[in-house]
Design a protein around this ligand. Structure first.
Ligand SMILES: NCc1[nH]cc(CCC(=O)O)c1CC(=O)O
Length: 396
């Protein structure tokens, strides 16, 4: 069988999915979807497979769960594992080299875990519709259901390995203590629930729990108007990584991506890129859309995707996204929670480029208001820790 090249399949953007798959569909090899091995990762890969299948029912798909380095080593502390050179390759190295070699056609990621800079020959192919982006509070079974951050005991011990979550919580609740907690969702819940557990509560992304059907464990959804916590850049959204020169896949993904999520997350990622923050930097964001007419935003409250109980509110997708403006709330917090800079702004963004410009502009405002000093201090401390680590391993 002659191999199908990208130029054979170049189709005008107005073409329907059938135009691409029609007649020659049986000649196409399956689309190999790479993912990590955890249950959650595989559920996420299945939702990407479903999105692709809905748009291209004639193609065949093959989910390939891969055991990656970061999942093999569960003993070395995360921050140590992800120092310097290892930082990028730890979770994505194996998958990306398989994608480069053509053994995979797409990789499914949580957008939150994707670096803002990708390897030269790979690209972010699409961002899918966002699941609930908020953080969630899960309390010990020894506490009453419905316990909130505000009603937790004063000296509660919170399990999280996220610097962003801990920093924001330290700022709001200076009496809380924090213990590192890693592993997949099941492991973390197990550690919270165990007899003699040191944890009063843990924080997890609502998205992961919802995908696993475990949202009944959520005691409080955290947001700017409930709990005062902002989420991580890209949280709750799935991203598809492809080869940069794979124009066939690029065209296919055009019918799979969510424009609303793509614009919001593009603003968030441009902000992060400009602030040069990795996943370990305490930057919180919250994005939403609200109606915009001729320069006048209607309604003081931004349109919410989810109500206070985490129930999805129907977004009117017939409403033109270009008649809305993107509201971007941001916070940068020092690790000890003592210093913070916040900024909120709204702007109509009709393209991804405009969304990115919004993110960069907000980053500049944050820097101007003192975020640079907070981030410099964090990066100096990180370099110090890395140096100590090298010294310690040299001595061993
Ligand atoms: N860093 C781990 C990670 N990466 C993405 C998610 C949540 C799911 C998502 O954001 O789509 C999680 C777990 C967590 O933060 O609780």
């Amino acid at each position: 069988m002659a191999s199908v090249t990208a130029s054979d399949l170049q189709t005008p953007s107005h073409s329907t999915p059938q135009d691409i798959t029609k007649s020659t569909s049986t000649n196409f090899p399956p689309i190999n979807i790479g993912t990590r091995r955890s249950v959650l990762a595989q559920i996420q890969a299945q939702s990407v497979e479903k999105a692709l299948k809905d748009a291209y029912p004639d193609r065949t798909y093959n989910i390939c769960p891969i055991l990656v380095q970061g999942d093999k080593d569960k003993i070395t502390p995360l921050q140590q594992l992800s120092q310097g050179e290892n930082a990028k390759s730890l979770w994505t190295g194996e998958l990306e080299s398989m994608l480069e070699k053509g053994e995979l056609d797409v990789i499914v990621h949580c957008l939150k875990d994707m670096p803002t800079q990708l390897p030269e020959n790979l690209a972010l192919g699409a961002i899918l519709e966002r699941e609930d982006p908020r953080d969630a509070l899960i309390v010990s079974p020894r506490l009453p259901k419905g316990t909130t951050l505000a009603t937790l005991p004063e000296n509660s011990t919170i399990g999280t390995s996220s610097v962003r979550r801990a920093a924001q919580l330290r700022r709001l609740y200076p009496t809380f203590n924090f213990i590192d907690l890693r592993g997949n969702v099941g492991t973390r819940l197990g550690k919270l629930d165990a007899d003699g557990s040191p944890f009063t509560a843990i924080i997890l992304a609502a998205a992961g729990l919802k995908r696993l059907g475990m949202e009944d464990r959520i005691s409080q959804y955290l947001s700017s108007d409930s709990g005062g916590m902002l989420y991580a850049v890209g949280q709750g959204a799935l991203a598809i990584e492809i080869r940069k020169n794979d124009h066939v896949m690029k065209d296919m993904l055009f019918n799979v991506k969510c424009e609303r999520t793509t614009r919001a997350c593009s603003a968030e990622r441009a902000l992060l890129r400009t602030l040069e923050g990795g996943c370990s930097v305490p930057i919180g964001v919250e994005t939403s859309w609200r109606r915009w007419t001729s320069g006048v935003a209607i309604g003081a409250e931004p349109a919410k995707d989810y109500d206070r109980n985490g129930k999805a509110i129907e977004l009117d997708h017939k409403e033109n996204i270009n008649d809305q403006e993107l509201v971007l709330k941001t916070v940068v917090v020092s690790v000890d929670g003592k210093d913070s800079v916040e900024h909120e702004t709204a702007r109509r963004v009709t393209t991804v480029e405009e969304a990115e410009a919004l993110g960069r502009d907000v980053a500049k405002v944050l820097i101007g208001n003192g975020a640079d000093k907070i981030l410099e201090k964090i990066s100096a401390e990180k370099q110090w820790a890395a140096k100590k680590l090298v010294e310690a391993s040299g001595a061993a």
